[in-house]
Design a protein around this ligand. Structure first.
Ligand code: GDP
Length: 210
């Protein structure tokens, strides 16, 4: 099985810096410290430069190109490449700034480029909303989910750090989060153990249109 090739493409702090629309995009959103960088790195099986929660890095939208056919996307160990042939990526993972509270984001970056991205990007296939499995339901997450719903965006809620809970506690936590956020299903993920990785790749593959 060929490894997945992934490469950081660009960072954007305004819509005019977004790359041209092309391959299907999968966006990752969540409160700061939810484990977004760890999840993206775990999905890719590598620590990609520019995927980090370092302040300064988090205030841009980071576009990561994935150069693998849908059939090759699963949890085998991918590798980073320094130079990718000039080919168009098959898909893009899009790392959005972590938020503390949506209300703060609303006054700052939100209307400038996050909202335009989520509302207008025609190649955005799925917004992946990360919530911490160990934390009770949070208002900003609920606001984000409501925003995505009203924008008519397909979204998937993923509960991070699932390894920190016993299976009984995890089941109960997921049920509470699903109920409070009004969603039918939440996918549990652990960047530490790799739990949920196959399932998340499957959700992505299913929306790639091939
Ligand atoms: P970000 O701010 O959302 O990018 O979050 P990070 O990926 O930097 O993770 C925040 C903290 O949570 C770090 O201390 C990570 O080690 C920890 N963390 C992230 N993912 C997991 C996980 O799956 N399991 C556990 N136990 N800790 C995690």
């Amino acid at each position: 099985m060929k490894p997945i090739l992934a490469k950081f493409l660009t960072s954007a702090a305004s819509p005019d810096a977004f790359p041209a629309e092309g391959p299907p995009e999968f966006a990752f959103l969540g409160r700061s410290n939810v484990g977004k960088s760890s999840l993206i790195n775990s999905l890719l099986g590598q620590k990609l430069a520019h995927v980090s929660s370092t302040p300064g890095r988090t205030r841009t939208i980071n576009f990561i190109g994935i150069y693998a056919k849908a059939s090759q996307l699963h949890s085998t160990q991918p590798r980073a490449v320094a130079a990718v042939p000039h080919a168009q990526p098959e898909l893009m993972l899009v790392d959005l700034p972590g938020y503390g509270s949506i209300s703060r984001s609303i006054t700052a970056e939100w209307p400038k480029f996050i909202e335009p991205y989520l509302k207008e990007r025609t190649t955005l296939q799925l917004a992946i909303v990360l919530i911490d499995a160990n934390v009770p339901p949070q208002a900003p997450d609920r606001q984000l989910i409501e925003f995505l719903r009203s924008a008519g965006r397909d979204f998937l809620v993923v509960a991070t750090k699932s390894d920190k809970l016993s299976s009984n506690k995890l089941r109960a936590a997921l049920a509470t989060l699903a109920r409070e956020h009004g969603v039918e299903e939440i996918l549990a993920y652990s960047a530490r153990t790799g739990a949920g990785k196959n399932e998340l790749w499957r959700e992505i593959r299913q929306r790639m249109g091939n």
